[in-house]
Design a protein around this ligand. Structure first.
Ligand SMILES: Nc1ncnc2c1ncn2[C@@H]1O[C@H](COP(=O)(O)OS(=O)(=O)O)[C@@H](OP(=O)(O)O)[C@H]1O
Ligand SMILES: [Mg+2]
Ligand SMILES: [Mg+2]
Ligand SMILES: [Mg+2]
Length: 354
């Protein structure tokens, strides 16, 4: 739960409305690209992770909507992508493709009567270069979290958080491929089930979900399971993103019966926040340092839904240190009943591994 007392009204109402609009519009661009993704839409970055025209397009749209909706606000943006590769010789065609995707999405939406040039697109992407830090306001954006899932046709998320004086105060998570109804309801699943979930939370005000296309928001909360044998756990879909030998050893120590639910992206945080599962474990391989945009939005949605998000030492995640999280030893999200046992199993498993 949030450390702050419940406040009367939401102190970030304008920011929340702008962030929801930005994420929903960016998600529309992503959905369009995912439907017809071509090999030529996917590039490889210097760190050999993939990036697509939709990652760039989403970053441009979020930056644009925030600028339009919050014209008098003072903030910086910490976002995953930069324009370096798009400024290289031979990238002109890709840049033109991104520019037309952005302009078509703006035109179809109809909120803004404007058209961006290629230079505008590059500048909007580079608006995300901030280092963030402990003072002032910083939007934290992952324009597509789970790019590998996006390319596969699976789960991904547009993840936007707001850092205010070093603390995440707001998060919006657009998950275009996540059913709106909890997967826990066992309704058999029907083709009429609405797909596309927009999770959001503001500090002290709880967490909610609505349809990505818009619907009445519903308050959400994490599950209340207190016996680990009844719990299920989420982990990364990609084996290279989390140590499965350790997560399975933790599950065994806890007596978890259910097999792991493997899902790409911060959709895992959204699903956990509404009780689809009880535990999220992430243990990156040695040397990997977590970035703030992979956890900011998801973590506040879980904590505002009554859950807890801790690192391997049991500390809260510290988003005030810049573009990276301070710690690289793993992340646990679960409810307050299970956290002590999960943390102990996590620490025991890591000790045994030494
Ligand atoms: N080697 C390694 N280890 C750990 N994490 C890594 C690694 N490489 C990438 N990433 C980051 O993982 C982000 C994707 O989130 P998940 O790992 O939760 O999902 S999944 O692996 O795609 O299932 C993914 O986010 P996006 O780049 O936004 O897709 C990466 O930031
Ligand atoms: Mg990436
Ligand atoms: Mg990411
Ligand atoms: Mg990303």
């Amino acid at each position: 739960m949030s450390q702050l007392p419940e406040v009367a009204g939401n102190p970030y109402t304008a920011e929340l409305a702008a962030a929801k609009k930005a994420v929903a519009l960016a998600a529309r661009l992503c959905q369009r690209v995912q439907q017809g993704i071509l090999q030529s839409d996917v590039q490889s970055k210097a760190d050999r992770t993939p990036v697509t025209v939709a990652d760039y397009g989403s970053q441009v749209l979020v930056s644009l909507v925030l600028k339009k909706e919050l014209p008098s606000h003072s903030y910086s943006m910490v976002a995953e992508e930069d324009s370096k590769d798009l400024r290289k010789d031979g990238a002109q065609e890709v840049l033109e493709h991104i520019t037309s995707l952005v302009n078509e999405t703006i035109a179809n939406d109809g909120s803004y009567n404007m058209s961006l040039s290629k230079e505008d697109v590059l500048a909007a992407i580079d608006g995300g270069k901030s280092e963030g830090g402990p003072s002032g306001r910083h939007w934290i954006l992952d324009p597509i979290d789970g790019t590998k899932g996006f390319i596969r046709g699976d789960q991904y998320a547009v993840a936007l958080g707001l850092l205010d004086e070093g603390k995440v105060v707001l998060g919006v998570l657009g998950c275009p491929n996540l059913p709106l109804k909890s997967t826990n309801t066992h309704n058999g699943g029907s083709s009429r089930d609405q797909v596309g979930s927009l999770f959001f939370a503001t500090i002290g005000c709880g967490a909610e979900v609505e349809a990505l296309e818009g619907s009445e928001p519903q308050k959400i909360s994490v599950c209340s399971i207190n016996n680990p044998t009844d719990a299920s756990f989420f982990e990364s879909y990609e084996a290279s993103h989390s140590k499965r030998d350790l997560t399975s050893s933790i599950a065994e120590k806890l007596g978890v019966q259910a097999p792991p639910v493997r899902m790409d992206s911060q959709a895992k945080y959204g699903a956990l926040a509404r009780g689809d599962g009880a535990i999220f474990l992430r243990i990156p391989h040695k040397g990997y340092i977590e970035t703030v945009w992979d956890h900011a939005a998801g973590s506040i949605i879980v904590t505002e839904a009554g859950g807890m998000v801790k690192d391997a030492s049991g500390n809260d995640l510290d988003f005030s240190k810049g573009r990276y999280l301070d710690r690289d030893r793993g992340i646990i999200a679960t409810n307050k009943y299970l956290m002590p046992a999960v943390l102990k199993a996590f620490q025991d498993a890591m000790e045994e591994e030494q």
